[in-house]
Design a protein around this ligand. Structure first.
Ligand code: OSB
Ligand code: MG
Length: 370
């Protein structure tokens, strides 16, 4: 499968609502849609998921552009790739920069699945017809706002709610949510905002019957997470700490977590996401799919990966209209009774909506690879 041309579409979209976490607030979303084109004119699409500021991981929109243009696209020149799994191997000599790599790798997976005439979910071994989804809610201006949002999303059928916490915004908020929604499937995500000095506060959270607490401590603090997990009954789930299969192996070996959040961008692509999935399946560690406030293209990959069997908890995969006034795909992603149907058409199963795509695209760079 010769990739003849790569198009790098520069996109700018605005989230309907600002998304506030312990590390900062996101509303303007700038990203690249990678289009990989073969000799027959088939196109595969991928999306970069880094933010403009390096507060989730160290990658940014600008580092994505730099690494894609100056290192990754040149590595693809004059390569005859038989299978998308070879892309991760080809990119191995460039260190890190997982979100940059993943966007290109995803575009090539989509192209490959389209060439095979098969849905991407089937090509990667997905065995579900539909996936369960939950909603991730940013920090709200008041607890009244938060309670109303929870009410809104649970009545729409979302199967679990995740709320963001940070020091000073944790026990009281969770107590209030639990008081109003005693039966809710609930979890909290700290995005690494606590330290080893906060174990007293964190262990109080055991009161609230959370299905898990996500990334309470810093990215590299695997020993801290292992110590915390020993002193609390709520399962710890790692997000920012997991960049690769070896990270997942180490975290599980150390007892730093009982659950893993897989994000394709953070781990460098679908191939590594599958590797982590298989390892977790073999070690009875549940996984679920996190989100990066993606457009419909990025979301389509999350839907496909979540169709693998060990994705046992609902993902952070809201419908298009939760994030955007209009999405760049057709049809948009929609949630019914807390589920998203896995597309059955070839590739990611969503088409580009040319009208909205052109509206949010402000520049395109073209690279001929032959
Ligand atoms: O920690 O999972 C996270 C959004 C941006 C950065 C990090 C995270 C999130 C979310 C929202 O929780 C996920 C989504 O709805 O796409
Ligand atoms: Mg998280």
């Amino acid at each position: 499968m010769f990739v003849q041309e790569i198009k790098l579409h520069h996109m700018k979209m605005k989230l309907k609502n600002p998304f506030k976490t312990s590390f900062g607030t996101i509303q303007d979303k700038e990203f690249f849609i990678i289009e990989a084109i073969d000799a027959h004119g088939n196109s595969g699409f991928g999306e970069t998921v880094a933010f403009t500021i390096p507060w989730y991981t160290e990658e940014t929109v600008k580092t994505n552009h730099h690494v894609i243009n100056d290192f990754l696209i040149p590595l693809l020149r004059n390569q005859s790739i038989e299978h998308p799994k070879e892309v991760a191997e080809l990119f191995r000599r460039v260190k890190g920069n997982h979100m940059a790599k993943a966007a290109i790798e995803c575009a090539i997976w989509d192209l490959y699945a389209k060439q095979q005439g098969l849905p991407l979910a089937k090509v990667i071994g997905g065995d579900k017809n539909a996936i369960d989804v939950g909603i991730s809610l940013g920090i709200q201006p008041s607890s009244q706002d938060l309670l109303e949002m929870i009410d809104h999303y649970t009545s729409q059928g979302y199967k679990r709610v995740k709320i963001k916490i940070k020091p000073g915004h944790d026990v009281d908020v969770l107590r209030e949510v639990r008081h109003h929604f005693p039966e809710l499937t609930l979890m909290a995500d700290a995005n690494g905002a606590y330290s080893s000095k906060d174990f007293d506060i964190l262990t109080i959270l055991d009161e609230f019957d959370l299905i898990m607490i996500e990334q309470p401590l810093a990215e590299h603090d695997l020993l801290g997470h292992a110590a915390l997990q020993k002193s609390m009954k709520t399962p710890i789930c790692l997000d920012e700490s997991i960049h690769s299969l070896t990270d997942a192996q180490l975290a599980i070996h150390l007892g730093s977590c009982q659950i893993i959040n897989i994000k394709i961008g953070r781990v460098g692509g679908i191939t590594e996401a599958i590797n982590i999935h298989h390892y977790c399946r073999d070690h009875q560690v549940p996984v679920w799919c996190g989100g990066m406030l993606e457009s419909g293209i990025g979301r389509a990959y999350n839907i496909a990966i979540a169709s693998l069997p060990q994705f046992t908890f609902p993902g952070d995969i809201g419908e298009s209209s939760h994030y955007w006034y209009e999405d760049i795909i057709d049809p948009e992603v929609s949630v019914h009774h807390g589920q998203i149907q896995i597309p059955t058409t070839p590739g990611i199963g969503y088409n580009i909506n040319q009208k909205t795509f052109n509206k949010y695209r402000y520049h395109t760079e073209i690279f001929n690879l032959s």
